[in-house]
Write a new protein. Sequence first.
Length: 225
Amino acid sequence: MIFQAEWFSHTTLAAAWCCTILLLGVFARRAFAAFCRYRSAGLLAALIFASAWSLSAAPDQGQLAGINYHLLAVNLVALMIGIPAAFWLAACLLLPYLWLNGDWQAYPVNALALLLPPLLVNFSARTLVKRLPANIFIFIFANGFLASAASMLLTGAVLVCIWHGVGAFSDGLLWNTAFPVFFLIAWAEAFLSGLSTAVFVALRPHWINTFEDNRYLRSKRSIWQ
């Protein structure tokens, strides 16, 4: 899921750079505060990103040659350390990743396309869950499983739209062959992120810092009710 700089005009790349730098600036203060407060979770999040992005598959031949698929883990990390810190961490790790595996000159387009969709889904899911009953199963299933699957599908749709817009591949190939692959990856993304969310909430709640103890653990009965 890496874009090449040759696909985009200089104006598009410049605009993407401006948007990326603007977002980094907007999130900087809150991201820094989160890293200082959640150091162990931040270190684990960096390891999760490195592991997820290394689990990739790229066909060497055939019509899909040149398309690289990998897990995102952005929704999970956003649950761990918040959206601002997740964006900053992913953006910082993405640059050396592209340097080693792709075209770093298209870095801002890749950053916006790969990070903003799952962060938007994470924000929407967490906002919705806050309006639902304070049930720990709802938090894990909606924020961990469903949001992770939805984030992968939305990211896939955004990527395919961009590929379509730049004419990198034929239209029929993108929507009939490339996009359905994201449905398969979404299952893996949902399972791994959802399972990790459940384990962290049960055993290491300080690694899921968007989990509100006062909301979900205030009952004197079982937390599972």
